[in-house]
Unconditional design. Structure first.
Length: 132
């Protein structure tokens, strides 16, 4: 499930997918892959994945920060890695961009209210503190 904040200059475009991941740099078995489209020049991006079990319990979150320049109108690969125990029980995930840093240094944080509403459809006990 992708939740975009329309006020952010970076939007997740299309669907995100969780796939198995192995490489020499990470022991995380699953990787959340997404693409983002930027409306202005950016210097850094932060993406969060909320992971839910087969019974819609929030298992935790994975946060990925990337410092890389993206031109206005550009596209960027966004990824977060899920480690055990979350990875082994993950069935559903909610992905959102939590913050960006523009090329001029301005940090813009997402309004998390839409994310919280979507998460509570799965697990009514979810609190925004679980996003961090």
């Amino acid at each position: 499930i992708v939740v975009n904040d329309p006020k952010l200059p970076l939007q997740i475009s299309g669907a995100c997918g969780i796939g198995y991941h192995t490489d020499k740099y990470s022991d995380a078995p699953l990787k959340q892959n997404c693409k983002g489209a930027s409306t202005q020049a950016l210097h850094a991006q932060e993406i969060v994945t909320l992971v839910f079990s087969a019974t819609n319990r929030l298992l935790g979150s994975a946060r990925a920060q990337a410092t890389r320049d993206v031109a206005a109108g550009g596209e960027v690969d966004l990824a977060s890695y899920l480690s055990p125990p979350r990875a082994s029980a993950a069935l559903t995930s909610i992905v959102f961009i939590d913050a960006v840093r523009t090329a001029d240094g301005t940090v813009i944080r997402a309004d998390r209210s839409a994310v919280l509403a979507e998460a509570r459809k799965l697990d009514p006990a979810v609190d925004e503190a679980a996003f961090d």
